[in-house]
Write a protein that binds this ligand. Structure first.
Ligand code: PLP
Length: 401
């Protein structure tokens, strides 16, 4: 008797993973890494080093020999400090014992939230252009992302009619990301109230990524969970990477209803065990004494925001005014190039790296993302090079802004 083995697939990689497009940002920056003298307005990372008091606290914790695992949920002292911070900033009350989970960055929190709440085939509304990980996380959790357009004429704010046109009876959740990467848009309390009514009407869960909440230059951030009746249906994600210039420490957190946090913790305990203790000690110090540093960094980012906006307008590119995060998202439709062509040619011809808007989903065609968390000198030089590049484009129609 012969045994017939199942035919081997051409690749050992699963169909789900094979179908996942590589991050448009990474693909582009692999190219950048092979080049010299490039000015990068690409990767969304603060150019500041983590403030000294935070680094010192981490060093001290190592000196004391704190090199072990923490509880799966993270240090209770850190969860308590986060709970206090959420009350101080947004008037939210969470129980640090069972409603807060410390994660390896917001990246892990996003993955856990998707996997904890989605069953195969569940749909999730994903307003786009949006952060590159939203749609892949939904897909990897077995869900189906429903891209929903954010429009420049609405200042890239989310509007209920656009959501209504995308929703179906299988839709279970909505991912919100304000202040936004890549557009820098923020939403006011009144505007979010409309979304809250929509969430209630359709009984949706909301995953609200508020990683840029502390980086707002005009207006005020409203935490979605603080809206009437929303805390019960919201998983709030936030972290330390952006506001405290702590990208490499890999600390984020989720706050939400105890059953969802418990589900997320169950996945986290098997896949991650816990977030790194040194990062958690650093995060604890950040919450104790980080406000002054945030204020100084926000002051600096705001200056750069104004310089880059003014510069882009002078070049004749239409650019919506971002109010938060550290990105501008100018339209390049007047150049006659696609986002990919624009970004690739700008890199090759003038050595300026920006990210094509298409990296952020279907709503990003016709735009490029420029991160201004870089020095003023680099921003000014990048603008000069961009001007030279635009001058060479025969079809470019300069807009008078
Ligand atoms: N969410 C948004 C909107 C981001 O822009 C980023 C990083 O760029 C992340 C989440 C991931 O952050 P973390 O470093 O906490 O994993």
């Amino acid at each position: 008797m012969t045994l017939t083995l199942p035919k081997k697939a051409a690749s050992p990689v699963s169909l789900l993973v094979s179908g996942l497009a590589p991050s448009g940002i990474r693909r582009f920056f692999d190219l950048v890494s092979t080049m010299q003298d490039v000015i990068s307005l690409g990767v969304g990372e603060p150019d500041f080093v983590t403030p000294w008091n935070i680094r010192e606290a981490a060093i001290y914790s190592l000196e004391k020999g704190q090199t072990m695992y923490t509880s799966n949920s993270g240090l209770l002292s850190l969860r308590k400090a986060i709970a206090e911070e959420l009350t101080r900033l947004w008037g939210l009350t969470y129980n640090p014992e069972n409603e807060i989970l410390i994660t390896v960055g917001v990246s892990e929190a996003l993955d856990l939230a998707s996997r904890a709440v989605l069953d195969p085939g569940d749909e999730v509304l994903v307003p786009t252009p949006c952060y590159v990980a939203y749609q892949p996380c939904v897909l990897l959790a077995g869900g189906k992302p429903l891209p929903c357009l954010l429009r420049e004429e609405n200042e890239f704010k989310l509007k209920v009619p656009d959501l209504e046109s995308c929703i179906t009876p299988r839709t279970k959740a909505l991912i919100l990301g304000f202040p936004s990467n890549p557009t820098g848009a923020i939403m006011t309390r009144d505007e979010l109230e409309e979304i809250a009514l929509f969430a209630r009407k359709h009984d949706l869960l909301v995953i609200s990524d508020e990683i840029y909440a502390r980086l707002v230059y005009e207006g005020k951030h409203t935490s979605f969970a603080s809206l009437d009746g929303m805390k019960e249906r919201t998983v709030l994600l936030a972290g330390f990477s952006k506001a405290y210039a702590m990208t490499g420490w890999r600390i984020g957190y989720a706050a939400g209803p105890a059953d969802i946090i418990s589900g997320m913790t169950r996945i986290h305990q098997y896949t991650m065990l816990c977030a790194p203790i040194t990062g958690q000690m650093a995060a604890l110090e950040a919450l104790k004494g980080g406000d002054k540093a945030i204020k100084e960094m926000v002051f600096d980012y705001n200056r750069r925001r104004r310089v880059i906006l003014k510069g882009l307008h002078k070049l004749g590119l239409i650019c919506f005014e971002p109010k938060g995060a550290f990105y501008v998202f100018p339209s390049i439709k007047s150049t006659g190039l696609t986002s990919d062509e624009f970004a690739e040619r700008l890199l090759m011809e003038e050595k300026v790296a920006v990210v094509p808007g298409t990296a952020f989903g279907p709503g990003g065609e016709g735009y490029i993302r420029c991160c201004y968390a870089t020095s003023l000198a680099d921003i000014e030089e990048a603008l000069k090079r961009m001007g030279r590049f635009l001058d060479k484009l025969p079809n470019f129609r300069r807009k008078v802004c």
